[in-house]
Design a protein around this ligand. Sequence first.
Ligand code: ATP
Ligand code: MG
Length: 391
Amino acid sequence: MKEVILIKNGEIALKGLNRNVFEDILIKNIKSRLSELGEIKYSKAQSTIYIEPMTDNINISNIISRLKKVFGIAGICRTYSSVKNIDEIKKTALEYLKNELSFIKTFKIESKRSDKKFIYKSPEISRIVGEYLLNNKKDLSVDVHNPEAIINIEVRDFGSYIYAEQLKGIGGLPTGSSGKAMLMISGGIDSPVAGYMMAKRGLELCGTHFVSPPFTSEKAKLKVIDLLKKLSEFSGNIKTYIINFTEFQEAIKKHCPNELFTVIMRRYMLKIAEITASDSGCPVVVTGESLAQVASQTLPALICTESVATRPVLRPLIGLDKLEIINIAKQIDTYDISILPFEDCCTVFTPKHPKTRPTIEEILIAEEKIKSLEKSLLEKIWSSIEIININ
Ligand code: ATP
Ligand code: MG
């Protein structure tokens, strides 16, 4: 007997002719997520990926907990595998029962024969193996209506596989299969959730984070790195740009009307994120904005921000309530980090009474005053930029 993990694809199965491309990306992502755990063999057939540890020292529970965070996986089956021979299947099923289900008193077998060359049909497999189990474990009985465990037997391309339950995968599409996106990430609750949601739809993430030293601390930056690490458990490596934004913010504060500060700052943030997006090959930007959540996210404010963009800005949280966002943050384990009380660069200069209905005309007039400084401010940003790979 050897233990083999079967991965059942999710939405990928619907991808028709492109299915192979998606499966290959999924296998590549799984390999990179499991690479530290030891020597593992991978194969695929019939919409299923087979993962087989090649040495005894590999902890299968570790593999499973990592697989539960890989997008594109619908189901995970931890199986005992044997060759396709009915006597071997019987012995392996008994071993499975004794090792993994010693506590059960009632069971039912469900068999599936996807290798049609195997001489026994599914009902015969269930009957033969069921009888063998009953003869070899006396306290056991069959209950077809309400069994304590269903023992699944699948006779497939490479062998036969026995398991009791299929664990739920996280679903979505394999990271990278939809392309790449630049996530504008703050230390708040929303943007990590926005990144998670877009990575779930197959986008590989890069990150841009703005800091304002000395007004924001090293701890605030490390908090964002911790959030990105949590995200990377789902999305893989995140190339992240840390941007020193202090002088820009000071210039906006000095030269522009106070009540327009936040929207003008957002416009510059987005402009800069478009440059990092271009540098890292991301055709779209992602933000954690949600309609009307704060003054800078009213419809007029979003329109003013959006108008500097030359590429699509994806806002996966736009229609979610804060409580719905918090629920996802808790599920992906970013919430407790997000609520740590470190300042964000956005809150540092925030005016008391931001304008909730700014117009593009008044913004353009206000920005005239800093247009002449823009080039040198941007040059300074690039000379102090920090790029880190989070994984
Ligand atoms: P979050 O909880 O993600 O901080 P928020 O509700 O606090 O969001 P804002 O502070 O208005 O909202 O920010 C709106 C969006 O702007 C964020 O979701 C994020 O995408 C981007 N953003 C805000 N601050 C930063 C920052 N310091 N660096 C990069 N992007 C930022
Ligand atoms: Mg914020």
